[in-house]
Design a protein around this ligand. Sequence first.
Ligand code: FAD
Ligand code: 2HG
Ligand code: ZN
Length: 468
Amino acid sequence: METELIRRLAHVVGDEGLVLDEAAQAPYVEDWLGKWRGRTPVVVRPRNTTEVAAVMRLCRQSGTPVVPQGGNTGMSGGAAPDDSGAQVILSLNRMTRIREVDPVNNTMTVDAGVLLADVQRAARDAGRYFPLSLGAEGSCTIGGNLATNAGGTAVLRYGNTRDLALGLEVVLPDGRVWSGLRGLRKDNTGYDLRGLFIGSEGTLGIITGAVLKLYPAPLGHATAWVGAASPACIVSLLSRLQAQCGERLTAFEMMSARCVDLVRAHVSGAVCPLEGDHPYHALVQLSDVAPEGLPELLERSLAHVLEDGLIADAAIAASETQARSMWRLREGISQAQVRAGKAVKHDIALPISRLAAFIDEADAALAAEFEGLPIVNFGHVGDGNLHYNVLLPPDVSQDDYARLTAALNRRVHDLVAQRGGSISAEHGVGRLRRDELRRYKSAVEMDLMLMIKRALDPDQLMNPGKLL
Ligand code: FAD
Ligand code: 2HG
Ligand code: ZN
C-alpha cells in the first residue's frame, strides 16, 4: 500500500519532489529545537497548488495522515511527524513564487513556501514594507507564519501575522481548493474563513497562497538599549515612550540580565552596549516614514526617564552597525538557550498591566519550589508576551526532564490563567501544549474547536496529535 502511494505521489510531483532517503529526510523529521524527532515514509514537495490538491486527494484515498511543513523552525513541535512512520510530510519548500505585487493596493500575493526574508525583500524592491519580523525570518516560510499566526518584534505597531493577511488560498483535506485570494480591506460576505485557517497549525488544511498587506517603508530608525532595575521599571518605560512617541515606537523588547549573559557566553561577537550590572534590559526602536527628529525624540524621551530614575542607563545606537549589534544580542537568545541546555518553554501573554506582578510572583514561586533553576525571561513586552523559559542542564535525564516540564508548566500556566493570560501567545500549541490546552480552555471553547475540526477534517488526517 505504502509503495503504491509513493508511486502515485511520484506521478504527481516527479521523483525530484519526493525525499525517500533517510539521511536526506533528517532536516524534515526533527524540529529546530532538537526536541522532537519522528519518522516518515516520504517527504512530498509539490510545486504548485494543483499538485498539493492531487497529493491531498491521494492521501485521503489511502487514509494517510499528513504533516504540513514550511521552514520547520516552529517552537511547538507542530511540523514534526510522530514516530509511527505513517505520517507523510508535505513540505511547501518548492512553492516559492511571488505571484503578484500591487503597490497601488498595497498588497502582495505569494506562494506559501516563500521565505519570510524573501517576502520582506520583494516588498522593499517595490518600494513598500512588509513588517513581520522575527529571528527565524531567513528560514521560516510565510505559510508557517500564517499557520502559527506568528508574532515577532513588530507586533506593537503592525499586529500579528493575522493582521497582515487579507486573503488565503487553502487546499482542504479532501483536495478541494478554497480560492480566497482577495485583496480587500472590507468584505462582509459571511464567516471569516481566512481567520479560521490562520493559526490552525496545519490541522484544517494546507495554506498554499496568501495576499499580504504592504505598508509605506519607514525611512529611518532610532534604536536604544536600556538598563533598569526591574520589570516594573521596564513596563513604566513602555508607557512613557508610548505617550511621548506614539506610533513611532515600533519595537519594545525586554530581557533579563541572565539572557544577556547567556548570549554573550554562547553567541560569538555578542556585546552588551551598557556597562555595569542591570537586572533587566530593554531594546527600543522608533521608526517612521518621516524620520526627521527621531534620534532627538528618543534621546529626549530617555533623558526624561533617566532623570526620573525610572531607568539606570541607556545607549543610543550611533550607526546602523551599532543598531544591528543590539538586535543580534536580542535575537541570539533562542540559539544561546539551545547551546546552554534544555529549556522548558513558556510562551505566555498577559495584560501588560499585570506583567510585572506576574514576574515577581512566578520568580518567587520557582525559586522556592524548583531550587533556583535559572529562569530565562524575555519577550515582546510591548505586546504583553513573555518567553518565561526555565533552563535545565544539558545532561538532565529524560525522566527528570519530563517530570520538571510537567511541574513547571503547571505552576507557571496556573499563574498565567489566574491573571487572565494565555498559555500560547505566538508560537502555537502544536504538540508542546496540546495537553495543557485542555486544562485552560473552557469546555465550550474546546467543543467549538472540535466541531470545526470534525467538519473540515472528518477523517482526522491533518496533522494528527497537534493542537487538539
Ligand atoms: P513550520 O515550523 O514548518 O510549521 C509550523 C506549524 O505550521 C506546523 O504546525 C505546521 O504543520 C504548520 N504549517 C507550516 N506551513 C503550513 C502551511 N503552508 N499550511 C498549513 N500549515 C502549515 N515565532 C514568533 O511568533 N515570534 C518570534 O519572534 C519567533 N522567533 C523565532 C526565532 C527563532 C530563532 C526560531 C527558530 C523560531 C522563532 N519563532 C518565532 C517560531 C515561529 O513559529 C516560526 O519561526 C515560524 O512562524 C514558523 O514558520 P515555519 O515556516 O518554519 O513553520
Ligand atoms: C523570540 O522572541 C522567539 O526570540 C523565540 O519567539 C523564543 O526561544 C524562545 O523561547
Ligand atoms: Zn518571541
